[in-house]
Design a protein around this ligand. Sequence first.
Ligand SMILES: CC(C)(COP(=O)(O)OP(=O)(O)OC[C@H]1O[C@@H](n2cnc3c(N)ncnc32)[C@H](O)[C@@H]1OP(=O)(O)O)[C@@H](O)C(=O)NCCC(=O)NCCS
Length: 142
Amino acid sequence: MDVGDVDQLVAAELRCFPEDPWTGDAFSSILSLPAFHGVVLEEAGRLIGYLVAWEIIDEGELLNIAILPEERGRGLGRGLLKNWLKRLREQRFRAVFLDVRDDNQPAIALYESFGFEVVGKRKGYYSNGEDALEMMLALGDG
Ligand SMILES: CC(C)(COP(=O)(O)OP(=O)(O)OC[C@H]1O[C@@H](n2cnc3c(N)ncnc32)[C@H](O)[C@@H]1OP(=O)(O)O)[C@@H](O)C(=O)NCCC(=O)NCCS
């Protein structure tokens, strides 16, 4: 992921997270930070999915993962997450955290299939007042 992806990322955000999309400024301002990790998935030059995360010391935090609506159900989301977790394990990270809307069943099912567990609930976390589930995956001692 780099600055050249920002326009397509913003368009994808509007489709994947219409209630709370990230702006171009939001992407641009964090892309170059050392702890930032971003991956885009392209098909024929078109961005069809992405993953954005923090990697801080020995903890990963998944900020966002999305696949364009018409490309879902093909294993792409699973592939993005699997590759990132592999990278973290190889670098001996200890744990991964994420927040997810408590009614986002597809995402929760995806995370649970990798072994993520709910470790907390953040009341009214989202701008529309919805609660977030905090999930964690322990990666072991490295
Ligand atoms: C969550 C998301 C990234 C999954 O991407 P995807 O490419 O469609 O998912 P995959 O095809 O790789 O499926 C992986 C697993 O996710 C779960 N899943 C995916 N779609 C699902 C659905 N509609 N209902 C229930 N579980 C679902 C399943 O566990 C699935 O595994 P399985 O195929 O073995 O049953 C996608 O639905 C998306 O972009 N959603 C909108 C953005 C979003 O909410 N992101 C999460 C923010 S926290």
